[in-house]
Design a protein around this ligand. Sequence first.
Ligand code: KIV
Ligand code: NA
Length: 275
Amino acid sequence: MPKYTVPDFEAMQGKQKIVMLTAYDYAGAVMAEAAGVDLILVGDSLGMVVLGYESTVFVTMQDMIHHTRAVKRGARETFIVVDMPFGTVQTGLTDALRNAVHLIRETGADAVKIEGGEEVTPIVRHLSQSGIPVVAHVGLTPQTAVNLGGFKVQGKTVQDAQQIMRDAQAVADAGAFMVVLEAIPAPLAQKISERLKVPTIGIGAGPHTDGQVLVYHDLLGLFDRFTPKFVKQYAQMAKLGTEAIQNYVQDVKNGSFPGPEHSFTMKEEVLSRLY
Ligand code: KIV
Ligand code: NA
């Protein structure tokens, strides 16, 4: 299957759901591509699920570049979106463009993602007009979660819901080709999805968006710190992994690993001539 391009995602609306998954390394990207996800996000959730930070604000350009390169090597036929880390777009349009170009050039990613609504529309417009495909991200925006009361559902009041609708419309009007809606009520996400011409990708935004995204470690049960309500765990890999490692520890301790099937032999005549 040839790799998708930006217009393909718009064309999928109303015909088939768009499936996005995060990945952060070669092995994860290989699995995501083999499983048939439509696009991969190298999210700055990297900071939390892979690097163990308490927040995504500690993630750097170098972190994103390092990991996105690995993802690219594992998923050459899949459209890749890379998150612009905290602080890399807020210091002016020139910096934002320079950082976006740098990310794309260094990694081979196809698009960048920027958190924020109305306040980031000049950046979204500048990057889009410069030829960089931009994915927007509104609702719960983890880089500024401290201002939003933590990792909580957004848009519960008339005022907040109205603002999220304005945010989504504004970033789409500014040229974003896709909008991620995070942690908002399902009916609000539905309303936004009906209004926007570009596809919406939900996470904790109900079933009516044009697509869904999940964090790889959440889907596979690899992240132990917390599991948001909107996560469906398709496996308990942390549990499986710990059990497997326990078996390894036990086998080495009691001498049952490595067995003959894991060991190399040597000709007796060679061995006998050693002194
Ligand atoms: O960083 C990330 O994984 C994200 C998704 C949750 C949308 O931004
Ligand atoms: Na992110």
